[in-house]
Design a protein around this ligand. Structure first.
Ligand code: SF4
Ligand code: SF4
Length: 151
């Protein structure tokens, strides 16, 4: 019994010393990193090829009113559609899955919580890693880890 208690004590002290294990940060390629648009605009529905100018999105339920200053994780850079393409989509993607929501200022690295500017046009990203270090990103690039909450 004494021996068992000693073993438990040793185990306790080992666990106390151990740092909690942290998952490594993802790399750019794992987070759909996209370079800045030629216009330099931040991203939202108004510069997504899946947006229809009548305030609807080709991949979401057509009854949803989606203003130009919203965004979701399925953003595809390009010119919005002037008319509904009426794609034969059997099942629209749920907003809870796409992360649909308002983004009045648009999304880009320069308004992301992980961004640390190093010049007017570039900075370091603390939400991703490249060989264990924060990669250099463009101020108006973006990725799926974009987050506007404060650090
Ligand atoms: S909701 Fe997403 S996919 Fe649809 S237009 Fe906006 S950014 Fe593009
Ligand atoms: S700063 Fe934010 S949006 Fe830009 S690459 Fe890093 S996590 Fe993605």
């Amino acid at each position: 019994m004494v021996r068992q208690l000693e073993v438990l004590k040793d185990l306790d002290s080992i666990l106390e010393k151990e740092e909690p294990t942290k998952a490594p940060l993802p790399e750019k390629s794992q987070c759909l990193y996209v370079e800045p648009l030629p216009s330099g605009e931040r991203k939202n529905c108004k510069n997504c090829a899946l947006w229809v100018t009548s305030a609807r999105c080709l991949i979401h339920d057509p009854t949803l009113h989606i203003p130009k200053d919203w965004i979701c994780g399925y953003w595809v850079g390009g010119k919005p559609q002037d008319t509904d393409l009426k794609l034969d989509i059997k099942q629209y993607i749920s907003p809870s899955l796409t992360g649909l929501g308002p983004a009045p200022d648009g999304t880009a690295c320069d308004n992301c919580r992980w961004y640390e500017p190093t010049s007017e046009t570039q900075g370091k990203c603390h939400g991703l890693q490249e060989k264990g270090k924060p990669p250099t990103v463009d101020a108006r690039a973006c990725c799926s880890r974009w987050d506007q909450t404060k650090r």
